[in-house]
Design a protein around this ligand. Structure first.
Ligand SMILES: NC(=O)C1=CN([C@@H]2O[C@H](COP(=O)(O)OP(=O)(O)OC[C@H]3O[C@@H](n4cnc5c(N)ncnc54)[C@H](OP(=O)(O)O)[C@@H]3O)[C@@H](O)[C@H]2O)C=CC1
Ligand SMILES: O=C(O)CCC(=O)C(=O)O
Length: 497
């Protein structure tokens, strides 16, 4: 019998009001049912927002170090349960154990980092232009935060949002991706066990159009933190405009790795393998384009194909597997459509380009690691996010052309350049249009204490991670304290003759 899960609203585990449910299955083995989850609707969101609004009145008054103690405890619980959660996550969304352990670790790191901010949450004091007057800017919570997350980092991304939101004093209505409701449930169970009071965190399972949209449109939700596709991010941005709520959007990418003629080729090879085929390419920071200098082009392609041929694709629970399945059938079909588009556009398919079949592959969504060469930078496969194990290789004649090609996309999340020339490395840091640039390292592998986010159509100017995330989750209040016991007029009295 499949396990049945519930929503978490106002401190209680409850079914969807409609009683409807949906099923979630292991993408590496469809026979394995992960669980049955509530298929909620706007009426459930209504309850969750009401609970979050009520809880906000007391949560905002809890001293930040006390709020942080609860997040620290949640991180401790994640440490204790790391292996179990990683295994469940691999079952739920497919990526290999090495990566799901990393995903939980990112949640742990975020927890300890955010908890530390409970004793800082720095803003500043400054001077006043008038005598006997004190001036400062302080941070206050914003209110009820709607948190909408994707499936590819089912622990890390929710914690990037929920932990700092709570330390800052906001309450949360959390809608996780429909493909990863179990990991989301585990996170909320942990927050409950850590001592989060009722109503402070609410979990509502269900579809994006029903639950996600109801959160975005709700007038009592003050801010939305969203990670997902650019298409959905644009819809959210438009819908949120009606209530003028604050919105943080972390969206798609078309990240590139440049390899120059002077690069350490072995290192660059390890980088692109990990960047392009890690998590089966289903990372917003995945290396989707490889830009090679013509001098090393043939040699590097030969080295790359040799290694890609040997990649072991299979169930991520097997420790020897190097690449797991695709998340679902729709995503697999999308990837294959892009492969067909690439062929029609005239790119040369060097390896892969098909769904894997036979044996265990017949019960999962497995796709062969795929490489296209002779890719023109304007082709659709070089411009649009594929979100799968497909690498497009582009040949360039110079450093300048490499940067131009890298920037020639509507996205701007991550980027990487392999070179031993320090001047070129610094020029790349200056000229690449992306939120993240790696020198001699792959496009993936964010650290939680640094800002994370993209430019152009990848983001809307906010950053997660580091202390920058607190700029999003706090409201700045400017405070003047006049202790002169008389009316002092700024601007007028300041410059009185
Ligand atoms: N820049 C970044 O930091 C990152 C970006 N991503 C991006 O995420 C995408 C892959 O994730 P994926 O989950 O498929 O992305 P989606 O945009 O399809 O979904 C993301 C979340 O939004 C929900 N959603 C869908 N439609 C709506 C709607 N109309 N209103 C409100 N919420 C909605 C989804 O719910 P449901 O699951 O029920 O459909 C899910 O919870 C890729 O484009 C990737 O680049 C991923 C990780 C990091
Ligand atoms: O580890 C990283 O590079 C970022 C994680 C992430 O959110 C992603 O790539 O989808």
């Amino acid at each position: 019998m499949a396990e049945v899960f519930k929503n978490y609203i106002n401190g209680k585990w409850v079914d969807a009001k409609s009683g409807k449910t949906f099923e979630n299955r292991n993408p590496a083995n469809w026979d394995d049912i992960i669980g049955i989850f509530p298929k909620s609707g706007p009426e459930d969101v209504e309850e969750a927002v009401k609970a979050a609004r009520k809880a906000y009145q007391s949560w905002r008054l809890v001293p930040p170090p006390k709020r942080a103690d609860i997040i620290k405890k949640a991180a401790d619980l994640l440490v204790q349960r790391k292996e179990e959660i990683a295994r469940e996550m691999t079952r739920e969304m497919g990526k290999i154990l090495l990566e799901t352990r990393g995903d939980v670790q990112e949640g742990i790191d975020t927890g300890y980092y955010a908890a530390g901010e409970g004793r800082r949450l720095f803003s500043y004091t400054t001077t006043s232009e008038l005598p006997n007057k004190f001036a400062m800017a302080i941070r206050l919570p914003v209110g009820v935060a709607g948190v909408i997350t994707p499936w590819n980092f089912p622990m890390a991304i929710p914690t990037w949002k929920i932990f700092p939101a709570l330390v800052a004093g906001n309450t949360v209505v959390f809608k996780p991706a429909s493909d990863t409701p179990k990991t989301a449930t585990t996170l909320v169970q942990i927050l409950e066990e850590a001592g989060v009071p009722e109503g402070v965190v609410n979990l509502v399972h269900g579809g994006g159009n029903e639950v996600g949209m109801a959160i975005v449109r709700h007038p009592d939700v003050d801010l939305i933190s969203f990670t997902g596709s650019t298409a959905v991010g644009k819809v959210i941005s438009r819908e949120a405009a009606d209530t003028l709520k604050r919105v943080s959007l972390e969206m798609g990418g078309k990240n590139a790795q440049i390899v120059l003629e002077d690069a350490n080729l072995e290192l660059a090879l390890d980088g692109v393998l990990w960047g392009a085929f890690g998590t089966a390419g289903q990372r917003c920071t995945a290396t989707s384009r490889l830009i090679l200098h013509e001098v090393i082009y043939d040699q590097f392609i030969e080295m790359l194909v040799e290694r890609v041929k040997k990649l072991k694709v299979g169930n991520g629970l097997d420790e020897s597997t190097e690449m797991g399945p695709i998340i679902n059938e729709a995503q697999l079909n999308k990837i294959h459509q892009y492969v067909e588009i690439g062929k029609q556009e005239g790119a040369k398919l060097l390896i892969g380009g098909y769904r894997l079949t036979g044996g265990e592959y017949d019960k999962g969504w497995f796709y062969a690691p795929t490489i296209f060469v002779d890719v023109h930078p304007k082709m659709r496969i070089a411009q649009e996010e594929i979100f799968g194990p497909v690498l497009c290789v582009i040949k360039v004649k110079s450093f300048e052309e490499a940067i131009e090609v890298l920037n020639d996309t509507v996205y701007g999340l991550s980027s990487s350049i392999y070179t031993r020339d320090v001047n070129k490395a610094f020029k790349a840091i200056r000229d690449i249009q992306a939120g993240i640039t790696y020198i001699n390292a792959p496009t993936i592998g964010a650290e939680t204490h640094l800002p994370f986010g993209g430019v152009k159509q990848t983001g809307n100017g906010h950053r997660e991670g580091g202390w920058t995330v607190f700029d999003f989750f706090t409201e700045i209040k400017t405070v003047y304290v006049d202790y002169s016991d008389k009316l002092q007029r700024a601007q007028i009295d300041t410059y009185k003759e």
